[in-house]
Design a protein around this ligand. Structure first.
Ligand code: FAD
Ligand code: 8RB
Length: 456
């Protein structure tokens, strides 16, 4: 019999990864049940609520293409060509992410995307159950316990358990009670606060719409991503504790306002509900989650944030989770009769890549918030641009590899290290790009760097 027909799958969590995975597996013929702690967002409606957006890049987009959903998602997205850097004096400067408009990231609404994915999962035949929080899993019998909003609990005979229940995963908790997974959580020591930039009456977007805005300030920063309705969702990232300024020292809206007046005056002018937002929105904490193992023999597997939650600074959490979902669906379609082998292969393929994007995400915080653009960094950027233009098959920035290709994240790290080492060697003793012999630099790059794999 066909693997899909007799394998029944139980997904925990109908967030971004769970709902996409439910779609992909249902489309491949598997019987899929999904249990989600929250109520159905399509009933209460996300509209009117707070808009929170995310950056979608090539990896996430490719997974959506595989589900036949890319076009529908792109219709709800705002393209972001680059980073708009806002200096303390109020001046702005756009740094493009890619070579042209084929290399852009997109801002999408989390609520809108989740609703689109839930609809797609149901269309594909998945059975969705809301108000059903996993609280217990008996891996020997396969019976799971789910608790509803009102506190009532029920049991369900689960199939293969796939944990897509996010960074605080309850399935991971149940698995940890059974097996050593090597869990390690590393707090960043920085938190965040979300703030709103509304549309200007009659004029729409208050800032350039097609950019990801950054106010870099050294040890902290603000960012803003556009929403289709003309608003921006802004986020302040700041140390959690420590001397002024930290989230601990900005203990009320008035203190926070005077800090913004000092550091982000131009942004503050665009935030008429600043005091309300500051008081109403909780502080979020940031951490990286590492596990040595993601599965329990052939019974349960973790993916997405449940397996590898990362800090947000490369905008890749969802993208990595979508890549997980596409990879797992492909493995299940090919070898679904042997789940233990599928889970093992999934972990083998994804683990080093999860570690790599975790590391690159931490590194990109430093890069984003470092406003006092260091002259050596700028010089390296200039050389990188010159080499990219002359040798596009030898030189690609880390940002472009991560955001605009599907080269494995671990490859992006290794390749970036090689390119950086070469550039450092070429720049040794120089302070201006004119001093570098580009002809000789290209000759060395051709000799020392292998051709990049084809990416389109
Ligand atoms: P989630 O989306 O968190 O979904 C988990 C689901 O499981 C939820 O629906 C939850 O209700 C449910 N659940 C939890 N516990 C249980 C339980 N016990 N039983 C049943 N269900 C349960 N990533 C990007 O790629 N680009 C970005 O720009 C970006 N921006 C972000 C902005 C913010 C403010 C945040 C917080 C994250 C951002 N991320 C971004 C990261 C991204 O949101 C996550 O990586 C992604 O949502 C992970 O998907 P997931 O399905 O694994 O987890
Ligand atoms: N989680 C992003 C980038 C890289 C931008 C660049 C960075 C907000 C929480 Cl901080 C951040 C990026 O290098 O120029 N691309 O996409 C998304 C980011 O933050 C998201 C919106 C975010 N994630 C908790 C808040």
């Amino acid at each position: 019999m066909h693997a899909a027909a007799r394998t029944s799958i139980t997904i925990i969590g109908a967030g971004l990864v769970g709902s996409l995975l439910a779609t992909l597996l249902s489309q491949r013929g598997f019987t899929v049940e999904v249990f989600e702690r929250r109520s159905d967002p399509r009933e209460r409606g996300f509209l009117g609520g707070r808009s929170i957006n995310l950056a979608l890049a090539e990896r996430g987009l490719q997974a959506l293409r595989e589900a036949g959903l890319a076009e529908a998602v792109l219709q709800q997205a705002v393209m972001m060509r680059g980073r708009m850097v806002h200096a303390v004096d109020g001046s702005e400067n756009l740094q493009r992410y890619g070579l042209d408009d084929s290399e852009v990231i997109r801002s999408v609404s989390r609520g809108g995307l989740n609703i689109l994915l839930l609809d797609a999962a149901e269309r594909a035949g998945a059975h969705l159950h809301f108000d059903a929080a996993l609280t217990h899993a008996d891996f020997a019998s396969g019976v799971i316990t789910l608790v509803g909003d009102g506190g009532g609990s029920r049991q369900h005979q689960a199939g293969l358990l796939l944990g897509c229940d996010g960074a605080g995963s309850a399935l991971r908790g149940a698995m940890l009670a059974q097996a050593e997974l090597g869990e390690r959580i590393e707090p960043l020591g920085h938190g965040y606060k979300e703030l709103e930039i509304p549309a200007l009456p009659g004029r729409g977007f208050a800032l350039e719409p097609n950019a990801l805005h950054i106010w870099p300030r050294g040890h902290y920063m603000c960012i803003a991503l556009p929403n289709t309705e003309g608003t921006f969702t802004a986020t302040l990232f700041l140390p959690s504790t420590g001397p002024y300024p930290s989230l601990a020292t900005l203990h009320d809206a008035a203190t926070a306002r005077s800090f913004f007046q000092d550091q982000f005056a131009d942004a503050l002018r665009l935030m008429p509900t600043f005091d309300h937002d500051w008081d109403a929105h909780p502080v979020g904490q940031l951490a990286t989650l590492y596990l040595d193992r993601w599965y329990l023999d052939g019974r349960a597997l973790l993916l997405g944030d449940a397996a590898h939650a990362i800090v947000p600074f490369h905008g890749q959490g969802m993208n990595a989770g979508f890549e997980d979902a596409a990879e797992l669906a492909a493995l299940m379609a090919a070898h679904g009769t042997d789940p233990a082998a599928v889970f093992d292969e999934f972990e083998r393929r994804r683990k080093a890549n999860a570690d790599a994007i975790a590391a690159m995400s931490l590194a990109n915080y430093i890069e984003m918030r470092d406003g006092v653009a260091d002259p050596h960094y700028l010089l390296k950027r200039e050389l990188a641009a010159a080499l990219t233009e002359r040798l596009p098959d030898r030189f690609m920035s880390r940002y472009r590899m991560v955001s605009f290709t599907r080269l494995p994240y671990a490859y992006c790290v290794a390749r970036n290290d090689e390119q950086t080492a070469l550039m450092e060697s070429l720049l040794a003793g120089h302070t201006r790009i004119e001093e570098v012999d580009l002809e000789a630099a290209c000759a060395r790059a051709l000799r020392e760097l292998s051709p990049l794999p084809a990416t389109r």
